[in-house]
Design a protein around this ligand. Structure first.
Ligand code: SF4
Length: 185
């Protein structure tokens, strides 16, 4: 089966790619993440993913599809529900790409995260799959959480410190900066 893997960054792509290849699937990675702020952070995450894709010899596309205006227009419709809207925005793009690429199905590296809302991501993927007829390949990649850090260390790639948007950047750093001024770490 050909699977379009929406990939948010290098570290999160490691284990899912490895598992899909082990199961003899053809994999294409798609980097569509206009939620990443600022632009240098976006490039750093892409470069890490490029290293991972080279290591596993899988195709990678999507760099430069960084339409901040469209992403902001999506999430600003209901700022409190921004994560659901952000997931939906990115998964919609991945499904469109899967159709263009002739993939049998799609999935996302967001499913490896212990910090994201796993069930919400799964439901959004299932709903979009139902609406479009593009298959959704579900796997609970969280079982590879430890393994993905081992591969990340081996490849010595960039590891981001926050989810992507400015809200998450603030949440990541405000505690260390203002609770006791212990510095960033
Ligand atoms: S915290 Fe992450 S998932 Fe939520 S809106 Fe920001 S970038 Fe998107």
């Amino acid at each position: 089966m050909k699977i379009l893997l929406h990939a948010c960054c290098g570290p999160c792509a490691t284990y899912p790619i490895e598992q899909l290849l082990l199961k003899k699937h053809e994999v294409e990675c798609y980097f569509f993440n206009p939620n990443i702020q600022g632009y240098r952070e976006y490039v750093a995450r892409y470069e890490a993913l490029k290293t991972v894709c080279s290591y596993y010899n899988v195709r990678l596309s999507g760099f430069g599809e960084y339409d901040l205006h469209a992403w902001l227009s999506s999430v600003l419709t209901d700022i409190r529900a921004r994560c659901s809207l952000c997931y939906t925005h990115r998964i919609n793009a991945a499904v469109k790409k899967a159709a263009e690429s002739g993939a049998d199905s799609f999935t996302t590296t967001l499913l490896i995260s212990r910090k994201q809302d796993h069930e919400k991501i799964r439901t959004i993927c299932e709903n979009i799959s139902g609406d479009t007829g593009i298959g959704f390949f579900y796997d609970d990649f969280r079982k590879g959480w430890k393994e993905h850090w081992k591969i990340t260390e081996k490849l010595n790639i960039y590891k981001q410190g926050y989810c992507g948007c400015l809200f998450s950047e603030k949440e990541r750093f405000e505690k260390t900066l203002y609770d006791g001024c212990a510095g960033i770490g």
